[in-house]
Design a protein around this ligand. Structure first.
Ligand code: UDP
Length: 524
């Protein structure tokens, strides 16, 4: 059966309506609020004739953080300023797959994974129920639950998993034996999946699949060209400060004070009003707002101010979509698993140069200003420039409903990790081979030529024909060339093909390809 695009979200509402969990309620209300945009995207998909219609997939959505023992801790935080970014992604992914016409099951119950219950199983269950699904979207917690429930079948069926993994998992951390012997062993990595099975919040490294989410507003403007949308909202001279919990404000009073000299400062900090110890008294605190009210506040605000934490969340993208300018602290030296408590144990080597590197590097001025938050005149100068510029609403294409729909459509249609043969998508004709300079990762080698590193193309260049004399080994920096001793090396372990990773003694051989700016998948 083909997956016929839908123009209704009813099938999803049926799955998530009866939950008393605050997290699922958050998901539902987000889907409802954005439903019109999703339906517009569905109509557009129906009309676009050049899209291949994939087979309808039986999909299990299993947010592990909302199931089992961790779920209570997570649920308790939803209404108290805890992380909501993952829920944003689960909401948008569910909406997206519904519109694409797939057959979804949504579960937050660990016991549903087990053999006995027949709710997910739908009929006969000769083996573990998880095996009846073509695709299983889960997270790192869910992966552990699945392993427990599936026993030996886990390994056989793991090619069907897709892991929502906000910050990403680089190949060097993914393969347990390699991670152990090369110092890349971390709390979260070592599952040995295909790196593209990890789906990230932002396009951190092309080694993983960028899932993203969908931000406010822009799609309606795109889809209905006859409908006039505002280019900007009427802005009050206010700044909304991004920090849902009191501790995020610690040591930030100087920075916030400079801002308050020029703008009225508002906040949405959780806690009994008036009891916040780190919140300067001149800040108007609304308490934690529902997402709808929070977005309403952003619509009036001129500036959205990052305090340095939380890192890499959806809120700055939403704020920019609603016409705010995002002001954020630069990190010098950059934060990384070596020096940041938050990133410690995360399977990445990324260097985080500001609170939101995507906003800093992929959006930039006039929408994003990255400043030295300890330097009052730097902050003041940026604010003056911001106040004297009229900034229009802006949503990067890849964060619109349509952009996300195209991307997820591309993944469902083309990504097949169960096949033993080397990936056939993207086609070899898209390969642009680049030998990078010493010390650069393939991510930056390709970027410098306005191309994108695509790990699915590595196997085309990892052949003896590219180098005259070669050795083979398992190393996430291979294939590469070392000028000392004229040493050429090919990759022996396909799971270690990695766009990220660099070494001062190696010139990496990189599989780059063209891409449309703002669209990492739908470009072939
Ligand atoms: N948000 C909200 N109420 C608030 C502040 C934020 O509902 O008072 C929402 C916001 O719209 C965003 C989500 O919380 O979609 C996640 O925000 P953030 O960027 O802070 O990411 P997190 O750190 O929570 O993952």
């Amino acid at each position: 059966q083909k997956a016929e695009p839908r123009t209704t979200l009813e099938p999803l509402y049926e799955l998530i309506s009866n939950s008393s969990s605050p997290a699922v309620r958050f998901i539902r209300s987000r889907v409802e609020r954005m439903s019109e945009r999703w339906i517009d995207a569905g109509l557009r998909l129906k009309q676009s004739s050049n899209k291949t219609v994939p087979i309808q997939m039986k999909v299990l959505l299993y947010p592990g953080a909302l199931a089992g023992s961790v779920s209570q801790r997570f649920a308790a935080m939803v209404d108290r300023g805890g992380p909501l970014g993952e829920l944003v992604q689960w909401a948008d992914l569910s909406a997206c797959l519904t519109i694409l016409g797939h057959d979804l099951t949504f579960s937050t119950s660990q016991s549903h994974l087990n053999y006995e219950s027949n709710e997910i199983c739908r009929g006969s269950c000769p083996i573990q129920r998880a095996l009846t699904f073509d695709l299983i979207y889960t997270d790192y917690h869910g992966l552990a639950h699945l392993k427990g429930a599936m026993g030996l079948a886990f390994q056989h069926y793991q090619c069907r998993f897709r892991i929502l993994d906000s910050f990403g998992t680089e190949p060097a951390f993914n393969l347990e034996s390699y991670a152990l012997s090369h110092g890349y062993k971390t709390l979260w990595g070592s599952w040995g999946l295909q790196p593209l099975q990890y789906m990230t919040m932002f396009p951190h490294t092309p080694d993983n699949s960028f899932l993203g989410f969908s931000s406010e507003d822009a799609v309606r403007r795109e889809v209905r060209e006859d409908e006039l949308q505002p280019e900007s909202y009427r802005k009050d001279r206010i700044a909304v400060i991004y920090g849902k919990q009191d501790y995020m404000w610690q040591g930030k009073s100087d920075y916030v004070e400079v801002i308050s000299e020029l703008l009225e400062t508002h906040a949405t900090v959780y806690g009994p009003l008036g009891h916040s110890s780190n919140l300067p008294s001149f800040v108007r605190n609304h308490g934690l707002l529902s997402q709808e009210h929070f977005l309403r506040l952003l619509r009036r605000a001129k500036v959205f101010v990052g305090l340095g934490f939380p890192y890499e969340g959806p809120a700055p993208i939403e704020a920019i979509s609603l016409g705010c300018v995002f002001l954020q602290p630069r990190f010098d030296p950059p934060h990384s698993p070596e020096n940041s408590e938050f990133y410690r144990g995360k399977p990445t080597t990324r260097q985080i140069t500001s609170q939101h590197p995507y906003a800093e590097h992929s959006i930039g001025k006039p929408y994003v200003w990255t400043v030295d938050a300890t330097n009052r005149s730097d902050v003041r100068e940026a604010l003056r420039a911001i106040l004297s510029t009229e900034v229009k609403l802006f949503t990067p294409q890849e964060f619109t409903c349509w952009g996300m729909l195209e991307r997820v459509h591309g993944y469902v249609t083309h990504q097949n990790f169960c096949s033993k043969s080397a990936p056939s998508w993207p086609p070899e004709s898209s390969l642009r081979l680049h030998l990078g300079p010493l010390g650069q990762s393939c991510v930056s080698v390709c970027q410098r030529s306005s191309l994108l590193c695509d790990p699915a193309l590595f196997h085309h260049l990892n052949t003896p024909a590219v180098f005259t004399s070669t050795v083979q080994d398992a190393d996430h920096l291979f294939p590469s060339y070392s000028p000392w001793g004229r040493h050429c090396a090919l990759q022996q372990e396909p799971l270690l093909f990695s766009c990220s990773g660099s070494d001062p003694t190696r010139r990496r051989l990189c599989p780059c390809r063209m891409h449309f700016k703002g669209n990492v998948v739908g470009c072939m």
